[in-house]
Design a protein around this ligand. Structure first.
Ligand code: MN
Length: 207
């Protein structure tokens, strides 16, 4: 049974950047539904009984029943992606990455500002629902990408693990920002905890 991560902040703690009703609905309804639906689908797939969520997402192609494969893809992605999303947010955010991650950002993107521009452009350019990602691989390299729906780079099975994810489904921002996705993305960065992203980076590198 997969369980949603527990939030170490209240639903209203990310105000004014991300509002209480959005956080409550996002976590208690959307993320809860992905989690329940994933668990429901996996009941029919005993081969994944003790698998990690990463192994489930890497193993999608082994699910022969198409409807079940789609259910695991959408809900397993939704489960994983939101665990990442909620974990990297923090009241007040934290301004800049540190350590190894900071070095690698400067090496690959030139500056944090350049990286943010790339992330904003990936998030703004994603038509419809999806995600923008900063991912790392075992050599410590970084890459910016975006995915439709609840897909993520783990499903591609080529060594990239997301360390930062920006949810650009309308449910992540519409109650407060309506059609202004760009304003939400700006606000997301105000609530982003770079320390947690750096911790994710360290984990991928040492895995
Ligand atoms: Mn979402």
């Amino acid at each position: 049974m997969f369980k949603q991560i527990e939030l170490n902040y209240n639903f209203n703690a990310l105000e004014p950047h991300i509002d209480e009703l959005t956080m409550n609905t996002h976590y208690s309804k959307h993320h809860a539904a992905y989690t329940n639906n994933l668990n429901g689908a996996l009941e029919k797939l005993p081969e994944f009984k003790d698998a990690s969520i990463e192994d489930v997402l890497k193993g999608l192609s082994s699910i022969s029943d198409e409807a079940l494969r789609t259910a695991v893809r959408n809900n397993g992605g939704g489960y994983y992606n939101h665990n990442l999303y909620f974990a990297i947010l923090k009241p007040g955010g934290s301004t800049t990455p540190s350590g190894e991650l900071a070095n690698e950002i400067n090496k690959e993107f030139g500056s944090l500002e350049n990286l943010k521009e790339k992330l904003v452009s990936a998030a703004m350019g994603r038509f419809g629902s999806g995600w923008a990602w900063l991912s790392a691989n075992k050599s410590g390299k970084l890459q910016v990408s975006s995915s439709p729906n609840q897909d993520n780079p783990i499903m591609d099975n080529n060594g990239w693990t997301p360390i930062l994810g920006i949810d650009v489904w309308e449910h992540a921002y519409y109650l407060k920002y309506k059609n202004l996705r760009g304003d939400y993305i700006k606000a997301f960065f105000e609530a982003l905890n770079w320390d947690e992203v750096a911790a994710n980076y360290a984990k991928v590198e040492s895995a």
